[in-house]
Design a binder for this molecule. Structure first.
Ligand code: DGJ
Length: 728
């Protein structure tokens, strides 16, 4: 079908939402296109995904069509890996899906092509969706699986997508790690066989891996060159991303992890799989990240385009030692250096069992009067007096066996009848059964009670520090026990929907033992995530680099902590700690009273500078310049506004050796036709900024020649935060 006829029909369908009769469907974004063929009575084929094309014919004429089944099912004809597997009531396992109809329509945020597939023998129908998000280069795909018969059947595999990619010298980039060392970038060549990125935690799904990958189509991953597909599963529960490479073929299967997740579908019931969001870049990994970041800020991160406050979180400053005087002093000290928001972390609650450590009180969300005799009111009064906003920590999906909640509702906790409870943190932590609507009401109530009692609460840190340790739901019937892993997250999402409907403005952070919940399943409800419990600035450079592959700086909480780091015991200069934290959503995680006068002066200047460049860092385009993983002794990245009139450069010295090589950092994010004035944002001594300060340099030199680091990087843990402003 010709481009113009296609566009004409598309606009007709957008208006009337009527079924199309064309066979080839081209779904496009400004820079990318996806082509599917869906002819009635035949399989639906996924034929192309890559740089934008204006007409389907170009793909066929150039010999680029892939002809991959768009949703391969178990049982008939394919003999390959599959996206969907079902056991029907009569015990049969085969599914064969053919196109029944196609619809194309517009939504408030994009354009959708819906392919309706049916099995002519078995009572199953699948609608497969392809959506392009308006004004971005990100698309999404997902399915709805329906039982059209009279008896229940069991879905045993339910991937959101099977994305065929061009087999070549393909490399995969993904994130892997552990508690306090999350999101470390891994890159490897895909050899024939399967590469699986998965999670089975049940609650926190990103501590050890992340449901996001990049796959190159032309060799080793590069930052600003090469063709790369990026994909991320928008799901907060267990997942499995499986790239299957054979001689000549490569397919990325992505979806809910089918382990212990057989889902019984009742007659007329429909199961909706999570969105797999994906993008294609001809500008390497950098292009993928920028596309995800732009899309996220606009569509997938709560209040993504709003500026984020500079905050102080109490955890590493006082741990459980919360009380009115200490909180008041922290607010006062933080306000004095320009802080905007204070967050009281763990330790403020529990009447019968005061929360002095991690062994008691989760579930009892009443103020601990022993510690806070003036209640939350006292803290809000302090916040008002010191002109900072106030936030509070909760962990509402959990209980301790030593809590009033557990005493009252032991049946609200995931547990198997007759089996002793396995407990987590503190030897007493258990997970609430979010499949139970009463528990959902309770969890909603935790936020609702806080917010109705204290409407001035501006921020909630929502923590989750356990996995599903007792796989059994006291609420679900026997035949639905295997729904737990999925139903938990459906329950969580419905709670979050309710919270966001009633409280769209309260800022919420997703925290889960640090960086356990960095995913696009939750970010539509959360303004940010806690990147890691490890606040060591040096190690953070690696973790933040990894996270930045898929998630924007506005959401990446990054805090300046104590001089001698509590996790690694490494001591790094305050400037280095600030320069690292300023490359994300800046905050602090320490006792400000421990800083001496000159440190306080530095902190005040750094916070003021951050506020000035906040729009560039939080809303700008990211360019990663020197990777810490490349072990060149330095790491560097920059943010630039879309028009490249302003930018912020960060450089960190990662090694300290005599006569080491000092690389030149080339600033790929500047406009070569502009001239920029440089400003040192965080000079150690205000009167002695770096030699770059105040100078003017052409974009052409910055981009192709670069800044030589030798002159400013003599000390150990030296760093630089430089603002670039267009002068002409
Ligand atoms: C784990 C979080 O990641 C920390 O930041 C802190 O909030 C503790 N929980 C509190 O128990």
């Amino acid at each position: 079908m010709s481009g113009s006829r296609f566009s004409f029909l598309l606009s007709v369908f957008m208006v009337f939402g009527s079924p199309a009769w064309a066979e080839d469907y081209l779904v496009s974004t400004p820079k990318t296109s996806l082509l599917i063929s869906a002819e009635k009575g035949k399989k639906c084929y996924f034929q192309y995904y890559g740089p934008r094309v204006e007409k389907a014919a170009d793909i066929f004429v150039s010999g680029n069509a892939l002809w991959g089944n768009s949703y391969p099912t178990f049982g008939l004809s394919e003999g390959t890996e599959h996206a969907l597997a079902v056991t029907f009531a009569d015990g049969s396992l085969s599914v064969d899906l053919c196109v029944e109809s196609v619809k194309q329509y517009a939504t408030s945020d994009g354009s959708v092509t819906q392919v309706n597939l049916v099995d002519s023998v078995c009572p199953i129908a699948v609608s497969q969706y392809f959506k392009s998000y308006n004004g971005t280069d990100v698309m999404a795909t997902w399915t709805e699986i329906s039982n059209t018969g009279r008896k229940p059947f069991v879905v045993t595999e339910m991937a959101s997508a099977a994305l065929p990619l061009r087999r070549a010298d393909n490399w995969i980039s993904h994130l892997s790690g552990a508690w306090a060392a999350e999101h470390l970038l891994q890159e490897e060549r895909l050899t024939n066989g399967q590469k699986i990125v998965s999670n089975l935690d049940g609650v926190r799904n990103t501590a050890t891996a992340n449901p996001s990958v990049m796959i190159t189509l032309d060799g080793q991953p590069r930052e600003e060159a090469g063709c790369v597909v990026g994909a991320s599963l928008a799901w907060s529960g267990n997942y499995r991303l499986k790239s299957v490479a054979t001689q000549g073929n490569l397919t990325l299967f992505a979806g809910i992890n089918p382990t212990a997740s057989a889902y019984q579908l009742q007659p007329k019931e429909t199961f909706c799989t999570p969105e797999l969001v994906f993008t294609y870049s001809t500008e390497g990994k950098g292009g993928v990240s920028r596309a995800f970041h732009r899309w996220a800020r606009r569509y997938a991160l709560h209040n993504g385009e709003a500026p984020r406050d500079v905050l102080l979180n109490s955890w590493e400053g006082v741990y459980f030692g919360v009380n009115q005087e200490i909180m008041d002093r922290m607010m006062k000290d933080f306000a004095a250096i320009g802080g905007e928001l204070f967050v009281m972390d763990d330790g403020w609650f529990g009447e019968k069992y005061p929360r002095h450590n991690d062994m008691t009180s989760l579930g009892d969300w009443e103020v601990c009067k022993e510690k806070l005799p003036q209640g939350i009111e006292g803290l809000l009064a302090s916040a008002k007096q010191h002109h900072v906003k106030f936030g509070i920590w909760i962990e509402p999906e959990m209980a301790n066996t030593r809590s009033e909640l557990f005493e009252k509702h032991p049946e609200w906790v995931l547990s198997q009848q007759g089996r002793q409870l396995t407990t987590g943190r503190g030897g007493t932590q258990v997970v609430l059964d979010l499949t139970n609507p009463k528990v959902q009401d309770f969890v909603f109530g935790v936020v609702d009670r806080l917010m109705t009692s204290y409407p001035d609460i501006a921020y909630i840190k929502w923590d989750a520090n356990a996995c599903v340790m007792n796989y059994a739901s006291p609420h679900l019937p026997a035949q639905k026990q295997s729904h737990l892993n999925i139903a938990y997250h459906q329950g969580l999402r419905s709670v979050l929907e309710r919270i966001r409907q009633k409280y769209p403005h309260v800022v919420m952070q997703a925290c889960a033992s640090g960086g356990g919940r960095v995913n696009y399943g939750l970010l539509p409800y959360f303004d940010e995530f806690w990147t890691s419990d490890n606040t060591d600035a040096y190690q953070r450079i690696f973790m933040q680099w990894g996270v930045s592959s898929f998630f924007p700086a506005a959401a990446m909480a990054s805090h300046v902590s104590a001089g001698r780091n509590h996790q690694t015991e490494r001591s790094v200069p305050l400037k280095f700690r600030f320069d690292v934290a300023m490359s994300g959503r800046l905050g602090m995680e320490m006792q400000p009273k421990d800083l001496n006068e000159s440190e306080l002066d530095f902190a005040r200047r750094a916070i003021a500078a951050y506020k000035e460049v906040r729009p560039v860092v939080q809303q700008g385009d990211l360019y990663r310049l020197i990777s810490p993983y490349d072990k060149q002794g330095f790491a560097s990245l920059m943010y630039a506004t879309t028009d490249k009139s302003r930018a912020v450069l960060f450089v960190y010295k990662m090694e300290h050796l005599y006569n080491m090589n000092y690389p030149t950092v080339r600033l790929s994010g500047v406009d070569e036709n502009k001239v920029y004035r440089l400003r040192d944002l965080t000079p150690r001594d205000a009167a002695r900024p770096s030699g770059f300060d105040g100078k003017e340099v052409s974009g052409r030199v910055l981009k192709y020649v670069g800044l030589s680091l030798a002159s400013v990087f003599w000390g150990e843990y030296a760093s630089l935060a430089l603002e670039l402003t267009e002068v002409r």
